[in-house]
Design a protein around this ligand. Sequence first.
Ligand code: UFG
Length: 337
Amino acid sequence: MSGEILVTGGTGYIGSHTVIELLKADYDVVIIDNFSNSSMKVIDRIEKITDKRPILINTDLLNKENIYDVFEKFSFSSVIHFAGLKAVGESVNNPLKYYYTNIASTVNLCEVMTAFDVKNFIFSSSATVYSAQNKMPINEDGNLGPNNPYGRTKLFIEEMLSDLYQSDSNWKITLLRYFNPVGAHESGLIGESPNGTPNNLMPFITSVAVGKQKNLKVFGSDYNTKDGTGVRDYIHVIDLAKGHVQALKHNCEPGIKTYNLGTGKGYSVLEVVKTFQLVNGVNVPYEIVDRRPGDIPISYADVTKAKDQLNWNAEKGIIEMCKDAWNWQKNNPNGYN
Ligand code: UFG
């Protein structure tokens, strides 16, 4: 295969699982990461799983000269861009940090790509770009309108990439809108390792199960859903990773294409908790508390387009998501620390 794949943020949660799938599919991988929310140990674990060691460059995308140097050393065929900040709450409290980090780093990356005539780009976007007013399941034509600064950085980058393509029709761009990634590699060697108290549901459940948190707070039980708790489209991180490999294979024609990556099924908070307890034989005490500001009642994807055009669909169900999330957490109670 000609040219390496550059993976920015390749030691992060979704990035590291994608690197494994890329290596398994025989791509040569170069990772750029600044380790702001990840660990160097990931590289050893990836090697243990795949018997291959990706090249790692410890640098920051905000440093354009360094990125330029990296592009001089390799001949990249495509870039998969994961790197960025992703904590919704933090983005509300510190919006400028989010606008600067996420947007400026993508501008730098695209400028250097242009300079080296590397114009194949896969972007890590999010279902959070959709407006909360849409009917579910939501397809790629749903109304846009994120309700927090993090989500707006994703939407602005999508729009910037669209303008870039309008200005230069040689670009081949795929935007992947992730629903709720959970789970971990089945080996239990890599997984999600959030800094501090987890914000998201599955890492919080596993930290309760491992005894680090007393109980799970279920944010609201009075939504208009099957049991009153919030419903989301949880997708196993390995399925999501495989979606990137398919997107890469299909990113062959100039243009800008957008895909939802989810399972198309919605599970409530209580369904996830109960499945987790049943599958893993562990107790997850919980209490119902007030709704979390900014949460929407239901979000799940119409995944027809990815199935038809990328020849991809999620294969792992909620049972594997719960099993693999717990396998990772119990073997690594402190994540990579
Ligand atoms: N929830 C709880 N208790 C918790 C954490 C979450 O009840 O401690 C509930 C939420 O209220 C929601 C569901 O679990 O109903 C899922 O919440 P998450 O925080 O796990 O995920 P979100 O759907 O809020 O957001 C996630 C990511 C975003 C991403 C979005 C895409 O955090 O970055 O999915 O849909 F954009």
